[in-house]
Design a protein around this ligand. Structure first.
Ligand SMILES: [Zn+2]
Length: 471
């Protein structure tokens, strides 16, 4: 595969293989809003399969080549001659754009913090990067290369699901506040009607000195019963915010729970409240004897790319925060784990992202729809992830297992696990998924030779990338 322009392109043409014309995103406008003018929302159909076109160049196909397909808006093409295939669609820059959260980085420079960046993507239910990889695969197939279709997950499983829980609020006092809030929000009707069943449960919970939000036993019993394990993210310190009502470093009871979970095969991760604290929080977790490898930002309030460096400094190996607060979907355009990349410093950060795609509160708070509706979205996403062979990361907060306030949500969670098991997915914690993927990458890495530099170009007698499997 070759990725080059100008003179190198002329030299490479005719050598066979796939030749991609690079977009100009890495040119002088790199990291400015102007570079985004090159984006397009086009589509091209090749052998009956539609692929999204995100970036490309404005070049024309070579004269003697046969044009195999043109994009819907006609600007982009795939052409071939014999076993040589050429295109002005650039799936490599496009994947970089998505995986580095490039648009969010630029939007924040322009307008301050962009929140969760969700408003920047229209097409978030289709993993755009994975579609670019497929496009590339189909071009390579035309040149006689076949992509491996081997299962990518432990035990020969064809796709994976990762179950996670953020533990924000656990006390009876907070639960009662939410009950009151819920009553007001719904005009009292639903809760009034459910008082006869709700009140005894609430009192029973208090008599056992258990808050209705203390749902660890319930989660454990659901998951243990189904033979699966998940990741629990704990807040290290109380900081006066009403968004979390405990700190694991300050509560022996929560520490005991976390240790039990850890002994039982569940993962204990760090739920950080922000970049400024993450280092101290990670240290606090290890001083409690809780080995923590994974992190999730509370309310997904990370900042790309600054947060990547903070995670690295704190010695954590994987992050699970790249998802949307308000909706389901693929914020980084992929359903695969990937190494985080800092587009400003131009370097890969040694932290594996296991991107989040579906969470309870997006439906309950942001969209205010029923858990049944979430189940429909879950099935849609599961189909996509199974089709690509990736991983679907699901977040269920501990309070959503309180069936007084969040009726049916625990049942939907159980049904999700049942369906995932029936469909034959590998189910693992964030650490398991991240470690497996790290090893897999180390063993299957593609070596990029050439890189388009003058020196390497001379060495190979040609410019551009040449990909070959490392043995
Ligand atoms: Zn949280």
């Amino acid at each position: 595969m070759f990725y080059c322009s100008g003179e190198d392109l002329q030299k490479t043409r005719g050598l066979g293989g796939v030749l991609i014309h690079p977009s100009g995103i890495f040119g002088e406008d790199y990291l400015t809003a102007r570079s985004l003018d090159q984006q397009c929302a086009d589509r091209i159909h090749l052998d009956g399969i539609g692929f999204p076109v995100i970036l490309g160049s404005r070049t024309s196909p070579p004269d003697r080549y046969e044009v195999l397909a043109r994009s819907e808006r006609e600007k982009y093409w795939v052409a071939s001659e014999g076993k040589a295939v050429e295109t002005n669609i650039d799936p490599i820059s496009a994947s970089f754009l998505e995986l580095s959260l490039y648009r969010e980085v630029i939007a924040r420079e322009l307008r301050g913090n962009s929140g969760d960046g969700g408003e920047l993507d229209q097409n978030n239910r289709e993993p755009l990067v994975d579609a670019q990889a497929r496009f590339l695969g189909s071009l390579m197939e035309r040149c006689g290369c076949t992509a491996s279709s081997e299962p990518k997950w432990p035990g020969g499983h064809r796709f994976a699901v990762c179950l996670t829980h953020d533990i924000d609020q656990i006390t009876a006092r907070t639960a009662l506040n939410w009950y009151q809030f819920d009553m007001k929000r719904r005009g009292g009707r639903r809760v009034m009607a459910s008082i006869p069943s709700m009140l005894p449960r609430f009192v029973r919970a208090l008599l056992r000195f258990r808050s209705p939000f203390w749902t660890f036993d319930k989660i454990r019993s659901i998951e243990k019963g189904k033979g699966v394990r998940s990741s629990f993210f704990f807040i290290p310190f109380r900081d006066g915010s009403s968004e979390h009502d405990y700190g694991i470093a300050e509560s022996k009871k929560v520490q005991g729970e976390a240790r039990d979970l850890s002994r039982g095969g569940w993962e204990v991760g760090l739920h950080t409240v922000g970049d400024a604290r993450i280092d101290g929080e990670a240290r606090a977790m290890s001083s409690l004897g809780l080995t923590t490898h994974s992190v999730r930002y509370h309310r997904l309030k990370f900042r790309a790319p600054e947060s990547w460096e903070r995670i690295e400094e704190a010695g954590l190996l994987s992050d699970c925060s790249v998802g949307y607060n308000g909706r389901a979907g693929f914020r980084a355009g992929t359903c695969f784990p990937f190494m985080l990349f800092d587009p400003v410093a131009g370097r890969e950060v040694p932290v594996m992202e296991v991107p989040l795609s579906l969470m309870d509160s997006s439906f309950y708070w942001y969209q205010e729809v029923s858990p049944e509706k979430l189940f429909g979205t879950f099935r849609e996403l599961l189909d996509v992830v199974e089709d690509h062979g990736g991983v679907l990361v699901i977040l269920w907060h501990n309070n959503f297992f309180d069936d007084t306030l969040y009726r049916e949500w625990a049942d939907i969670y159980s049904r999700i696990i049942d369906m995932v098991k029936k469909r034959g997915a590998f189910i693992g914690t964030v650490s398991e998924v991240s470690d497996w993927w790290r090893n897999r990458m180390a063993n299957n890495a593609l070596e990029l030779v050439g890189g388009g530099s003058e020196e390497m170009g001379r060495e190979n007698g040609r410019g551009g990338f040449h990909a070959s499997p490392r043995h």
